[in-house]
Design a protein around this ligand. Structure first.
Ligand code: NAP
Length: 255
């Protein structure tokens, strides 16, 4: 079965990797490209649009989105409203927005996927971290990314924290009288534990979850060294969403 794909954000780092993934898969057809700042009207015979409204009524099945947190919600809503099953890697969604988009997808009976991380190793790290948090309720998350990343903390760190919250005995970590002599030194607070964001050139996407207990420690770490690490997950998403009638949050829901 051929699947016709639109790639939004096709000139970006992730978007261009997605374009290559679609071109390399003979079951997928690259039907359209979207970027508000694109100058060309087509690239290698594929039409380029600069405004999503130009895609109303367009013949395509799936909307891959690697744009920016500022537009990801509107884009995903637009895709669902116009019959394109969204596969969204863009991060920065709020919990309420995800609930709303799942409800919209049910209403429209369209499949979809919002995945803060498409790398299989990162999915496993999240699962292992949630498992460990049952036994080690004291933990900190450190996520490390390239210095052009617009949102902090990363979507993966938030998703990891949410999975941990589901199983961890609620607990406020740190000393009750702790004082930050430099604001932000202890990172962001999430349900009583901390998330730290590191931004440096040379990095791609990395995350550690560090657990501490009496006399022992456990560190889980995942590294994406190359954006190719995300593309097998995007491919799984594209193939799955066309067969489904509800949007899911997290690639693990499709594995
Ligand atoms: P990037 O290189 O900045 O690419 C984003 C692209 O989207 C840019 O070319 C940007 O154009 C374009 N854009 C901006 N507004 C748009 C709109 N309204 N419609 C279409 N395109 C638009 O960023 P990236 O590194 O590829 O990351 C993109 C997103 O994916 C980020 O949210 C990032 O956190 C996320 N990400 C997810 C995963 C995952 O596994 N889920 C992995 C890595 C990254 P301009 O540059 O001209 O503004």
């Amino acid at each position: 079965m051929e699947i016709k794909v639109i790639v939004a954000g096709f000139r970006g780092r992730m978007g261009s990797a997605a374009v290559n993934m679609v071109k390399e898969d003979e079951d997928l057809i690259l039907s359209a490209l979207l970027d508000p700042f694109a100058k060309d009207t087509e690239v290698d015979g594929v039409p380029v649009f600069t405004d999503k409204s130009q895609l109303i009524g367009f013949d395509a099945d799936v909307w891959i989105d690697f744009t920016t947190p500022a537009v990801a919600y509107d884009n995903t809503r637009f895709a669902l409203e116009h019959g394109f099953a969204p596969v969204v890697g863009t991060t920065g969604f709020t919990e309420d927005e995800i609930v709303e988009l799942i409800a919209l997808s049910e209403d429209k009976k369209i499949g979809g996927l919002i995945a803060p991380n498409f790398a299989i190793g990162a999915i496993l790290l999240m699962e292992f971290a949630a498992k460990a948090a049952k036994y080690f309720p004291d933990l900190e998350i450190i996520e490390l990314h390239h210095d052009n990343k617009k949102d902090a903390p990363s979507g993966t760190a938030i998703k990891t924290a949410e999975l941990i919250r589901e199983v961890r005995q609620p607990k406020q970590q740190g000393a009750a009288d702790e004082v930050e002599s430099l604001k932000g030194a202890r990172g962001a607070e999430f349900d009583g534990f901390r998330i730290h964001s590191v931004r440096l050139p040379g990095l791609v996407a990395h995350q550690e979850v560090i657990f501490g207990a009496q006399g022992e420690g456990l560190t889980l770490r995942h590294d994406s060294y190359d954006r190719k690490s995300f593309m097998s997950g995007v491919n799984i998403g594209v193939r799955a969403v066309v067969k489904r009638d509800k949007l899911v949050y997290g690639l693990e829901k499709l594995l």
